[in-house]
Every structure is written in structure tokens, then in C-alpha cells.
Write a new protein. Structure first.
Length: 307
């Protein structure tokens, strides 16, 4: 991990938070595959779109590890601080989750800030999950075996989706959360300990959230900060994978504790010595490949798939 950080520093690219959102998106996409594992070839990869509540069409990409009907389905929500990221930036990761788990994965291009501020991303994520639940069979998936997952901001959206699914009577097999953002304010000890020099810096977090939320009232909304949810009783079981050297690690642990206190089954893994974004560094970081395998195993257990 230190070697990766040193190479990033030597490359000398301006940080994302010093650019415009459009420039940051281009830079993030350009660098997204540099440290990824090789691109897995799958029997079925298809782009399509689905409707949002305001009539917009949201792009999505389906990954299936086989052409069999009745596959379980994971809705995956990419990271990027609600401001950057796309289907393209998380293509390799979604392919790996499909390949290793045996489940279908649908990756969503939810709308980004600042063009689309809070709660648009959350609304898009829920609209996608509700649509997939209603149309799973026509995609070749099993509507009775659904899960939701994501990393970073996408992990936030996945956690929110799990609560909304509970509220609306949609059963989920699992919520798969890679280092999710969970708190209204970046005031846990890890935000100070890992504020600089470790991929996700305090200045970047402030930049992302300044584009997404407007004012303290939105920050306190549980759809931005799942730790503020009134209760999480009865939400889907969780697999949570955290990076030790990450500003978000404490709030991820806090959210695991909140779920456990409500009687929700939680499998918590903390990958030592790695930083935020490590799951997209599988060519250089063994812990990334381990996290892929662990997450896939959690999906297999949740979906009752044979080894």
C-alpha cells in the first residue's frame, strides 16, 4: 500500500478536489483501471436503461456469470462521493463480483452532484431497486433473491436502500457495504487520524459533500447519514468490508454496531494496512482480491448458492 501511495505521489496529478466536477470525473475515470485486476470475460454483459420517478432514464449495466435463468441479483451502486464515478469506473469490480459469486450484478449510473443534489442519488438508487424487483424475471433473474451493495458513497446508498426496502416490504438477502459513509459530520477519530496522504483526504470529503448536500438539515437526514436512521430493526443482514487506514473506518464500525444492536446479522471485515479505494487496486494489493472473494462468499451464502 505504501508503494502505491508513493507512486501516486510521484505521478503528481492534481487532486480531484482541486478540479471542477467535470474535470474530476474525467480524471477519475482515466485512472480507474490502472491498478485493477484483469477484466473478466463473462457470458453476458448488457447495457440498458430503467426509469426514475421523474421520468428520466437511468443507465445500467447487467453482468451475468452464466446464461441460466433465475440467477440471484445484486444491485451495485458505485462510489465517488456522489460527484464522480460511473458504470465504467466500477466495471472490473462488478465483473469480479459476478464471476466469483455466481450472481447477476446490475450496476447503476445514478445521477451525480452538483447537477443533481441530495436526495437525487438516493431516489435513483431506490427507483432502480424497486424496478429490478418488479422486472427481475424478464432480465433472467430471481425476484425472490435480491441484494444491494456499493462502495463509499455507493455503500451509503446501499445502506439507505436496505432501510427503504424494510419499510416497503421488499425482502433483501444482503446489504453488501464496502467502507460506507454513515455519519452526518466527519468528526470520528479516524477522520483526524487519516485526514491526509491516504487517497481520501479531508479536503476531498468536504469538496464532495459541498456539491451534494445543502445545509445542516440535509446533512442530518438519514438518507445522507444512515447512522441517523430512527431504527434499523429488521433490515437485511449485512456484510461490511472496511479499510483500516481510512477516514470512514470508524463510522463503518459504528454502523455495524447499530445494526447488531438492532438484532441484524453482521459480518464485519477490516482489511489491515490498506486505504480507501483499495478494492479497486487488486493488481497491486492482495487485500483487494481477498475482499472480492470475501464479498462474493457472503453473496453466495446469502443467496444459498452451492460452492
Amino acid at each position: 500500500m505504501r508503494s502505491v501511495l508513493d507512486r501516486m505521489a510521484r505521478a503528481g496529478h492534481p487532486p480531484l478536489h482541486t478540479r471542477t466536477p467535470a474535470e474530476a470525473r474525467r480524471a477519475y475515470e482515466a485512472g480507474a483501471g490502472v491498478l485493477e485486476v484483469p477484466v473478466a470475460t463473462l457470458p453476458r454483459v448488457e447495457d440498458f436503461d430503467l426509469p426514475a420517478r421523474d421520468g428520466s432514464r437511468l443507465r445500467a449495466r447487467l453482468y451475468a456469470p452464466s446464461t441460466a435463468a433465475g440467477l440471484p441479483l445484486l444491485l451495485y451502486l458505485h462510489g465517488g462521493g456522489f460527484t464522480v464515478g460511473s458504470i465504467a469506473t466500477h466495471d472490473v469490480l462488478c465483473r469480479e463480483l459476478a464471476r466469483l459469486s455466481g450472481a447477476m450484478v446490475v450496476s447503476l449510473d445514478y445521477r451525480l452532484a452538483p447537477e443533481h443534489r441530495f436526495p437525487t442519488a438516493s431516489d435513483d438508487a431506490w427507483d432502480a431497486l424497486a424496478w429490478l424487483a418488479a422486472h427481475a424475471a424478464q432480465l433472467g433473474a430471481d425476484p425472490a433473491r435480491l441484494a444491494v451493495g456499493g462502495d463509499s458513497a455507493g455503500g451509503t446508498l446501499a445502506a439507505v436502500n436496505a432501510i427503504l426496502a424494510r419499510d416497503r416490504g421488499l425482502p433483501l438477502a444482503l446489504q453488501l457495504l464496502f467502507y460506507p459513509g454513515c455519519t452526518a459530520h466527519q468528526d470520528t477519530p479516524s477522520h483526524s487520524t487519516y485526514a491526509e496522504g491516504l487517497v481520501l483526504e479531508a479536503a476531498a470529503i468536504e469538496w464532495f459533500f459541498a456539491h451534494y448536500v445543502q445545509g445542516p438539515q440535509q446533512r442530518e437526514d438519514w438518507r445522507f447519514a444512515p447512522l441517523n436512521a430512527p431504527d434499523v430493526d429488521g433490515v437485511a443482514p449485512a456484510w461490511i468490508g472496511l479499510a483500516e487506514c481510512d477516514p470512514l473506518v470508524d463510522e463503518g464500525i459504528d454502523y455495524a454496531d447499530k445494526l447488531r444492536a438492532a438484532g441484524v446479522a453482521v459480518d464485519l471485515e477490516i482489511y489491515r494496512g490498506v486505504t480507501h479505494e483499495f478494492i479497486k487496486m487488486g493488481r497491486a494489493i492482495p487485500e483487494a482480491r481477498q475482499a472480492h472473494a470475501d464479498a462474493a462468499a457472503a453473496l453466495r451464502r446469502a443467496f444459498a448458492l452451492e460452492s
